[in-house]
Design a protein around this ligand. Structure first.
Ligand code: FAD
Length: 460
């Protein structure tokens, strides 16, 4: 039987959208991507790629400025050329977007640059064009949340997408919000040379993350001179000339030269025709999806940040691919959110996968835990790395690796071994018997696994 070629319309060209388009094209579908702001999406143009590029520079600064400890004599503190830094970041993001456009073009995927919306069952309107589709994927992403009374002006009160328009390094930067984005930027700007105050409404930074890791990062931040204000909810942010003032709920005021607002994201679904199409949203406006990315409307799928499911590029891409495999009749595994590896790109980085300490402490998961400080790792000593640890969780009895937390330089690379163990249900013993290079930071992963090996005593 030969079925007619399936037509796929995708709203949004970020990782949720373009990765889906590549899979659909590979499976022979006729694919159209409608994107308003540039392929790669906010991920490539304003969020993930620019922030990680900035962090690469801040990591280099950290290394340079403590090089005397490694026996290198420099002529004092290194400083940043902000104009060059931002220019590099913007160039890099645009080059990445062009690479994606070339990949998409090579697969004969049509791209329409326009704001798109669902205009009826199986119909997408994009500018003055109308696309007929057998399946529609919505991957329109999310936008920075604006706190009423703290609206960005793009010059002194900023969201993270406006940082790269600055021409100089903020001298006194106040970061409002101590979640992942706030912590990453606070750490990066401090390393680059800004004086940083981090305003956190909670009692610690990174309140959603592993408590040991969050405590370590907060301690590193403070030791490096950052002012961290815990239990301090920002009420308003105002500007007077070159000075910004953050007024806290208890009346205290914090002043600086710039304020960066990192208080979350809201879905970008307005004007997409979701209400008339009958696509169900949750109470925060995110599109409700199941584990194969189906929305409440048959033939309409959604992926990425607009669904509010873990807001990561890797998750967006996987949701998009799963949607295409599903609609085009391929075998498909529902998304396994418990297996997502994620990293917070502070210095040191925090990488996690699988079960969390919180779930273990709450008794939701039975697990044995082993935490090893990096300070005793020979490679860490050679590199003068003092802060960090490896933590593994295994299932009692079977020894199966359930998850882990790595706090280390390039933890984002080290976590792969733990991630594979979780995915493949390897045991602590199998991980322990795997060769790690000597000396290496990953030696701490195998050592932690060794300590979790379970031996049955010989019977007498
Ligand atoms: C500062 C920051 C750093 C981050 N760092 C990381 C990281 O290190 N690792 C990681 O995995 N994730 C990271 N993320 C998260 C990651 O950027 C997002 O999860 C990812 O961008 C989601 O992809 P998406 O395709 O859903 O949306 P987006 O990347 O936002 O793309 C959506 C696209 O849809 C377009 N669009 C919107 N509405 C319409 C419409 N109606 N018609 C046509 N086009 C439309 C937009 O213009 C955009 O191009 C970071 C996020 C932030 C804020």
């Amino acid at each position: 039987m030969t079925l007619p070629r399936q037509r796929i319309a995708i709203l949004g060209g970020g990782p949720g959208g373009y990765e889906a388009a590549l899979v659909a094209a590979q499976l022979g579908a006729d694919v159209t991507v409608v994107d308003s702001d540039g392929l790669g999406g906010a991920c490539v143009l304003t969020d993930c790629v620019p922030s990680k590029s900035l962090i690469e520079t801040s990591n280099a600064m950290t290394l340079l400025n403590r090089s005397d400890r490694l026996g290198i004599a420099t002529g004092g503190l290194a400083t940043v050329n902000a104009a060059r830094l931002y220019e590099r970041i913007i160039d890099l993001a645009q080059a990445q977007s062009r690479d994606i456009a070339a990949r998409i073009a090579a697969e004969d995927i049509k791209v329409i640059t326009a704001h798109g919306r669902i205009a009826g069952p199986g119909i997408v309107a994009a500018g003055d064009q109308e696309i007929r589709a057998d399946a529609i994927l919505i991957a329109t992403g999310a936008m920075p949340r604006v706190l009423p009374g703290a609206e960005p002006d793009g010059e002194r009160i900023l969201n993270w997408r406006q940082l790269y328009d600055l021409t100089e390094l903020p001298r006194d930067l106040i970061v409002v919000g101590s979640g992942v984005t706030g912590a990453e930027f606070a750490g990066a700007y401090q390393a680059l040379g800004s004086r940083v105050t981090l305003v956190s409404s909670r009692d610690r930074v990174l309140p959603q993350e592993d408590e040991d890791a969050a405590d370590l990062i907060e301690d590193v931040f403070r030791r490096r001179g950052m002012t961290v204000l815990g239990l301090s909810r920002a009420r308003t942010v105002s500007r007077d000339g070159d000075t910004v003032t953050v007024t806290l709920a208890d009346g205290r005021m914090v002043t600086g030269t710039h304020c960066l607002m990192t208080v979350g994201m809201v879905p970008r679904t307005e004007g997409c025709g979701l209400d008339t199409a009958g696509v169900k949203l949750d109470k925060h406006g995110f599109i409700e999806v199941d584990r194969v990315s189906r929305t409440s409307v048959p033939g309409v799928y959604a992926a990425g940040d607009c669904t509010g499911v873990r807001m990561l590029a890797s998750v967006a891409a996987m949701q998009g691919r799963i949607a295409m495999w599903h609609t085009l009749g391929e075998s498909v595994h529902p998304i396994r959110l418990g297996h997502v590896a994620a990293t917070i790109f502070t210095d040191p980085e925090i990488a996690t996968v699988g079960v969390s300490q919180r779930a273990v402490d709450a008794g939701e998961v039975a697990a044995r835990t082993q935490k090893l400080p990096l300070a005793t790792n020979p490679r860490a000593k050679m590199a003068d790395v003092q802060d960090g640890f490896v933590k593994l969780f295994t299932s009692p009895g079977t020894g199966i690796v359930l998850g882990g937390v790595i706090v280390a330089p390039r933890a984002s690379e080290l976590i792969l071994a733990v991630s594979m163990a979780v995915e493949e249900r390897l045991t602590a013993e199998q991980l322990a018997q795997t060769f790690a290079v000597y000396p290496s930071l990953s030696g701490s992963v195998t050592e932690a696994a060794r300590k979790l090996m379970e031996f049955t005593p010989d019977s007498p």
